[in-house]
Design a protein around this ligand. Structure first.
Ligand SMILES: Nc1ncnc2c1ncn2[C@@H]1O[C@H](COP(=O)(O)OP(=O)(O)OP(=O)(O)O)[C@@H](O)[C@H]1O
Length: 245
């Protein structure tokens, strides 16, 4: 199997505590993958390792088979096309929805370009395309502060997409969303898969079910189970450490 993202035998300790213990994860290009697991399972540390925020003590982490992510920092992984959406929003509330996307667009960021090249037709078309994708076409001119919590999360995803990532790492997107927003977010992430690789960390099992994708269960820093939601939900160990709680 060729994996776009390949982790094998990864270990990481913090002050003697093993947060990641022999973690292996293979994700194909264009795949949508959900990561679940109890608090402290190592989900955030795993994403920190993928993005180069944290270095593993041991193990292999490869991107597109050739690039060694253990030697890359956060800026480097972003340049490689690895985008991360944190739970905490970074939307600038005083700006319109459109301007938030515009600022995030991958453009020539030299001072000259910023001053003189804003809002070219191509720029405006790209903003329109992204706003449709993230279900915010009707909110284009609204101040971002007026958006609902769920809409802000979608805007945040739009801002990430503006950077043209190949892989999106999305941390608990459904937290705090209404049921309707949660289902629409699952739909949005399913739309993005195929043209992007998407890894979603989430606790909301209804949302994970709606993603309709392969699920990896982490526990004590390693993979406890992997497969369809029905497959992992039927695993007694998964029920014991996570689902039964
Ligand atoms: N920088 C750090 N220093 C010390 N311990 C850390 C550090 N980062 C993570 N840990 C520990 O490693 C373990 C795994 O944490 P991690 O945040 O990766 O889990 P998680 O699965 O994301 O949990 P949650 O669902 O609560 O966010 C935890 O016990 C945590 O306390």
């Amino acid at each position: 199997m060729t994996a776009q993202l390949y982790l094998d035998g990864v270990e990481r300790s913090f002050d003697g505590f093993k947060a990641i213990t022999g973690l292996s994860l293979h994700v194909r290009k264009g795949e949508l993958r959900a990561i679940i697991g109890p608090n402290g399972a190592g989900k955030t540390t795993m994403m920190d390792i993928i993005t180069g925020k944290t270095r593993p003590d041991k193990g292999e982490v490869f991107w597109n088979e050739k690039v060694d992510l253990t030697k890359t920092d956060e800026a480097g992984s972003a340049r490689l096309g690895i985008g991360r959406k944190f739970q905490k929003p970074t939307v600038i509330e005083s700006l319109s929805v459109e301007d938030n996307i515009g600022l995030a667009l991958k453009t020539d960021r030299s001072v000259f370009a910023t001053l003189f090249a804003r809002q070219t037709p191509a720029h405006a078309d790209r903003i329109t395309e992204l706003l449709h994708l993230v279900r915010l076409a009707d909110e284009r001119a609204r101040p971002s502060a007026d958006l609902s919590h769920g809409q802000k999360q979608w805007l945040e995803i739009g801002m990430l997409l503006a950077q043209e990532p190949e892989l999106l790492l999305v941390d608990e997107p459904a937290a705090g969303m209404t049921d309707d927003e949660t289902m629409r977010t699952a739909e949005l992430l399913r739309d993005l898969a195929g043209t992007h690789t998407v890894i979603v960390v989430e606790h909301d099992m209804e949302f994970v079910r709606a993603l309709n994708c392969k699920v990896t269960v982490l526990h004590q820093g390693r993979v406890l189970a992997e497969g369809s939601i029905d497959h992992v939900s039927a695993n007694p160990e998964v029920v014991e450490v996570y689902l039964g709680r």
